[in-house]
Design a protein around this ligand. Structure first.
Ligand SMILES: [Mg+2]
Ligand SMILES: [Zn+2]
Length: 228
């Protein structure tokens, strides 16, 4: 069984759009500092890296599934070019009122990814900037890390509190006593990287009606990954 780091997208990988707004085209996608470096550390430490994102902008009609998939593909390609591999992207396109199983804090996206990628949730981490991410992680049985700006710390239920994705990952690797390969190119590190080289492939199934049994809303997965 593998361990995974589930990453929220907005506010973790890229700058969050202003309140009430959404990232609906590539020009609005601004990577936060050190994102590629942080994800590369997860790759090297043997974590599968899986994005789990609430995107109700789809239900609101602000972006199509095809355009969202294309943003995610470009996000994965850009990070891969910087040495950071994202293994899969899951998102929930539903409205809050749809009561689907995938919109965080529900654990649906994490549970589904765990089945598809043979992930041990108890060894895995959910990293997000909102309380909903922490709740989703706890609901799935994962450890949790929350990115907080100054003065936000009081109410977090997360196991780890951090100022950035890189800070969270450094703390996680340290807490698990995992080696940080970022400055070493050992054969061991190269071995850990095996299985992280596939091109992401979009194999999306979409359900805009919030049916409980179809909560995989969009998946970019590595080519050749065997589902089961
Ligand atoms: Mg967020
Ligand atoms: Zn959903």
């Amino acid at each position: 069984m593998r361990k995974a780091a589930f990453l929220d997208r907005d506010g973790v990988i890229n700058r969050k759009a202003p309140n009430g707004c959404y990232v609906t085209c590539w020009s609005q996608m601004h990577f936060l500092p050190n994102t590629a470096q942080a994800i590369a550390k997860l790759n090297q430490a043997g974590f599968r890296v899986i994005v789990v994102s609430n995107q109700r902008c789809v239900a609101k009609g602000l972006i199509t599934i095809a355009d969202l998939d294309s943003i995610h593909r470009r996000m994965c390609d850009t990070l891969a070019a910087a040495g950071a591999i994202i293994d899969a992207v899951y998102y929930c396109p539903h409205e809050v009122r749809a009561c689907c199983g995938c919109r965080k804090p529900a654990p649906g996206m994490l549970l589904d990814a765990a089945r598809a990628h043979k992930i041990d949730l108890a060894l895995s981490w959910m990293i997000g900037d909102s309380g909903l991410d922490v709740e989703a992680g706890r609901n799935a049985g994962c450890k949790t890390a929350q990115l907080l700006s100054d003065g936000e710390i009081a109410n977090s239920k997360a196991d780890v509190m951090a100022s950035s994705l890189l800070d969270a990952i450094d703390q996680i690797l340290e807490s698990e006593d995992l080696p940080d390969y970022s400055n070493r190119a050992t054969s061991e590190a190269a071995k850990e990287m095996e299985g992280h080289h596939g091109d992401p492939q979009i194999t999306a199934s979409h359900d805009l009606h919030g049916k409980e049994d179809a909560f995989i809303s969009g998946v970019i997965k590595r080519r050749g990954e065997i589902e089961g």
